[in-house]
Design a protein around this ligand. Structure first.
Ligand code: 4AD
Ligand code: MG
Length: 431
């Protein structure tokens, strides 16, 4: 018999079908057994009614345990009580494996227990909803890029040098070539790609040996870096804004029931799909100090400052034109003030913090070299990067989105560790 996915059940009402999946829940009373079957695409209540079944089939249904894998045969029907929902009137129960007692129960488990059982935890409905949102965010980002002339250009993960400063590198011995490092961002390589393809992006895992034990940090996370020739600072922010707004609309459109499972405030999410605010770093500090923060000019924002900044803003806020000392060497000097660079961070509302880091890049060979020398960088290792400023340099800009930060915000959940199948944090590498 043909397998039907739970999501497609409405097209099969009245037909005898078979569903393949796992037991999410089971309860019985007298002549009835209610099985909630989940198959990856959704969940459905399935009812075994004793008088309609052979004794043996009914007993098999009754003995099922949580998470047992099975094939159910039956007639698809509208749900007896709930509108727009369906159920299966069971005619056959074919058990593939009767599961042992499932360790994740209905009682509250601590985060440590759940993380140690992450390989099982991902089956629970909240985790299922978050992983589906992650999938949708990923495709919405690619859709925007593909529709706006960006080509996928995969940057390497094993690299000979740092992109975002040397303090947070994971290193390893690379044969006879000495130390190699796991990439922190593909940006520098993407800058080479624009000279071939015009606009490029990568999307893959990046690594940071950060000792930050916060709800926003992972040591392995997924980054989308985008880079575009002939795009300057303002247009760079415009692209970031259009992309994020498409992601918001796509998640609202495609993940309505997932957002319900997570009890996400959809009104707040919808409100973020409006023109973003732009403030300079200087204005940001003034604004925060006026609100009572003790932050000083020239310094980076902490998590509390980021939350305070967006407290009264339903839309994300760009912080632009940063003091050069606290930003990376590759950012272009602000023509209006040599102490500043044309960088931007994008801060999500509702306290979700920084989701994007971007900038216009320094395209002048001598200015870039001087900056690198001032930072005592090993120039020979970056000769290829400097070459780009010798052979047809162009104004160009780009940005990097932390996928898990964006998914945390879309899902409205507290901790970033639930947005990736297997989170890597300072104190966790299992499973
Ligand atoms: O701001 P970052 O460090 O920017 C770059 O790496 C640039 N090279 C990107 C570029 O211009 N192509 O990182 C970009 C984003 C941050 O805004 C944040 O969303 C995320 O990556 N991120 C992290 N996410 C999870 N865990 C961490 N430890 C993160 N560090 C940064
Ligand atoms: Mg940043």
């Amino acid at each position: 018999m043909k397998q039907v996915f739970v999501k497609d059940i409405a097209q099969h009402l009245g037909e005898e079908i078979c569903l393949k999946g796992w037991v999410r829940n089971i309860r019985h009373s007298g002549k009835l057994v209610f099985i909630i079957l989940r198959d990856g695409t959704g969940e459905i209540q399935s009812v075994a009614f004793k008088p309609d079944l052979e004794e043996e089939t009914f007993e098999r249904a009754k003995r099922l345990t949580l998470e047992s894998s099975l094939i159910l045969t039956g007639i698809a029907k509208p749900h007896q009580k709930l509108e727009n929902q369906f159920e299966l009137a069971i005619s056959g129960v074919d058990v593939f494996q009767l599961a042992e007692e499932y360790p994740i129960g209905k009682k509250e488990h601590g985060p440590d227990f759940l993380l140690s059982n992450r390989h099982l935890w991902i089956r629970s409905s909240k985790q299922w909803a978050i992983l589906r949102i992650r999938h949708t965010v990923y495709y919405a980002i690619c859709e925007y890029l593909n529709n706006n002339s960006f080509f996928r250009f995969d940057s390497p993960i094993l690299t000979p040098n740092a992109c975002e400063g040397t303090t947070t590198l994971f290193d390893l011995e690379y044969f006879d070539e000495g130390k190699a490092y796991l990439s922190q961002s593909g940006q520098l390589y993407l800058e080479t790609g624009i000279m071939s393809l015009g606009r490029v992006y990568d999307f893959g895992p990046v690594f940071r040996a950060e000792r930050s034990k916060t709800r926003k940090h992972l040591t392995e996370f997924w980054m989308m870096d985008a880079e575009a020739a002939w795009v300057e600072h303002d247009e760079n922010m415009q692209i970031q804004e259009e992309l994020i707004r498409l992601v918001i609309r796509t998640v609202l459109d495609k993940c309505d029931s997932e957002l319900d499972i997570l009890e996400r405030d959809k009104v707040a999410l919808r409100a973020a799909d409006a023109p973003f605010k732009r403030m300079t770093h200087y204005e940001t500090i003034e604004y925060l100090r006026a609100k009572g923060s003790e932050i000083t000019h020239g310094s980076d924002l902490g998590a509390q400052d980021e939350a305070m900044l967006t407290e009264d803003s339903p839309v994300p806020v760009f912080i632009e034109r940063w003091p050069k000392e606290i930003k990376a060497f590759y950012m272009k000097r602000d023509p209006l003030d040599p102490n500043l660079v044309l960088g931007n961070d994008l801060i999500a509302p509702e306290g979700f913090g920084e989701i994007i880091g971007g900038s216009q890049r320094e395209d002048d060979h001598d200015l870039l070299l001087a900056r690198m020398e001032a930072e005592k960088m090993p120039i020979a290792d970056y000769q290829w990067f400097l070459d780009l400023r010798k052979y047809g340099s162009v104004p160009h800009s780009g940005f990097g989105i932390g996928l898990e930060r964006l998914v945390t915000w879309m899902s409205g959940i507290h901790h970033i560790r639930e947005t990736i199948p297997f989170p890597r944090m300072i104190y966790r590498i299992y499973p």
